[in-house]
Design a protein around this ligand. Structure first.
Ligand SMILES: NC(=O)c1ccc[n+]([C@@H]2O[C@H](COP(=O)([O-])OP(=O)(O)OC[C@H]3O[C@@H](n4cnc5c(N)ncnc54)[C@H](O)[C@@H]3O)[C@@H](O)[C@H]2O)c1
Ligand SMILES: [Zn+2]
Length: 377
């Protein structure tokens, strides 16, 4: 697989969901076309742009200018940056601000930001006036390859992450890859874990291509657009076949059961970003698959080597401040996924690029595996 030569034409990936189908448009500098694209879809609509304080400083002026150039009225709604904004309190603020801006059923919400903003603004769009249309303008790598596509929206509960929410598909996703130039290197790297995930779970050729081309993705060359398009195509296909996650969509959780436990253990803090936890979680999922005899050690080593090469954590000792003990980790894993009669659901692999859902993993074998890992710390 090779990257296409740079062209000025944006790439378009379609999410085939019948009456709710939409385009993901990917390209450098696309934010300038935001107004024109919205006008084509919803002539006469006005917008509320939901964003966070950090993104507002960097990219809100360009988004507002693009809308104004097309004669679209817009009201900015700026919330604090960070996961804490996926709360009832901020959700209330955003909903009230949307209503105060007189956004009606024929108008639009624009989510300008990372996954936090996409989830929060998307859920507000799903809720205000029983459902407003919304457009995703993802500004992190994680959001461009994952959270802006597929219609999962929501906020956090005191009991856990993303427990309150709705499926609400956007009507358009505009992924301007130049917006990622301002992203802190650590955030970019964390988002890259989700890029690698698409190769590891379903596309061995893409994973090989990533091994050869990852530096150009980080540098912002044409490989960046290509990689984002491949990921979006992968996710769009899965979402179109299984929108509500009754089956195949669960594959996107590769590395997430172990990852969420580690992320929760670090208190969802800057100590361990989501993508970093996913890199560790995928490494563990590959090692666990090797331990079960599903893959050879060489595949597990290769998966780890690539994640480590880009600078992602792949050893439990890489987590600053350490990881929870065995009992606490098992408790967190049991909370994340339902345990039925001692059996857990995990995404395991048959090879690089071939993940599958295994509903019959014994809690005891996970415990033995983790005990082994922890004893080597
Ligand atoms: N809905 C889904 O399907 C789905 C999938 C995966 C993750 N998520 C959710 O996504 C969230 C994580 O998303 P995230 O990693 O994008 O986090 P985020 O939205 O918090 O963004 C990370 C940080 O980067 C900053 N930032 C964003 N864009 C920037 C830019 N262009 N330049 C400089 N700084 C920028 C933000 O202000 C923030 O501080 C989690 O809440 C997770 O639950 C949702
Ligand atoms: Zn993830």
């Amino acid at each position: 697989m090779s990257a296409p030569l740079r062209s000025n034409e944006p790439m378009v990936v379609q999410v085939a969901l019948g009456a709710r189908a939409y385009d993901i448009v990917i390209g450098r500098g696309l934010i300038a076309s935001l107004g024109a694209r919205i006008k084509t879809l919803r002539q006469g609509a006005k917008c509320a742009i939901v964003t966070d304080a950090a993104v507002a400083k960097l990219h809100l002026p360009a988004a507002e200018a693009a809308l104004k150039a097309s004669g679209i009225d817009c009201t900015p709604i700026v919330v604090p940056q960070g996961e804490a904004s996926k709360s009832f309190a901020t959700f209330e603020t955003v909903c009230e601000a949307i209503i105060a801006a007189r956004i009606e059923r024929s108008d639009l919400i624009v989510a300008l930001g990372g996954g936090v903003i996409g989830d929060l603004a998307g859920y507000a769009a799903a809720s205000v006036r029983r459902g407003l249309d919304f457009v995703q303008v993802p500004t992190t790598l994680l959001a461009q390859v994952d959270s802006s596509v597929g219609g999962k929206t929501g906020i956090n509960s005191h009991h856990g992450k993303n427990l309150i929410g709705a499926f609400h598909q956007p009507i358009l996703v505009v992924a301007d890859t130049a917006l990622l130039d301002t992203l802190p290197a650590r955030e970019f790297r964390a988002g890259y874990a989700e890029v690698a995930k698409y190769g590891l779970l379903g596309d061995a050729a893409f994973f090989s291509w990533l091994e050869a081309n990852w530096k150009e993705i980080f540098a912002g060359g044409a490989a960046r657009e290509h990689a984002i398009a491949v990921c979006c195509r992968g996710k769009a296909g899965i979402v179109a076949r299984d929108e509500r996650e009754t089956g195949e969509r669960a594959l996107l959780n590769l590395g997430h059961t172990f990852g969420h436990a580690l992320e929760a253990g670090a208190g969802f803090s800057q100590r361990l970003l989501h993508g970093e936890a996913v890199a560790l979680g995928m490494t563990l999922a590959f090692e666990f698959s090797a331990r079960k005899g599903l893959i050879g050690e060489a595949d597990a080593t290769r998966a780890r080597a690539h994640l480590a090469a880009v600078g992602l954590p792949t050893h439990l000792k890489d987590v600053p401040g350490g990881v929870p003990g065995l009992d606490a980790l098992m408790e967190l894993i049991a909370q994340d996924k339902k345990v039925k009669r001692g059996k857990l659901t995990f995404i395991l692999v048959r090879s690089i690029g071939q993940a599958f859902v295994e509903n019959d993993v014994g809690a005891a074998e996970v415990r033995a595996f983790l005990a082994d890992k922890l004893s080597r710390l």
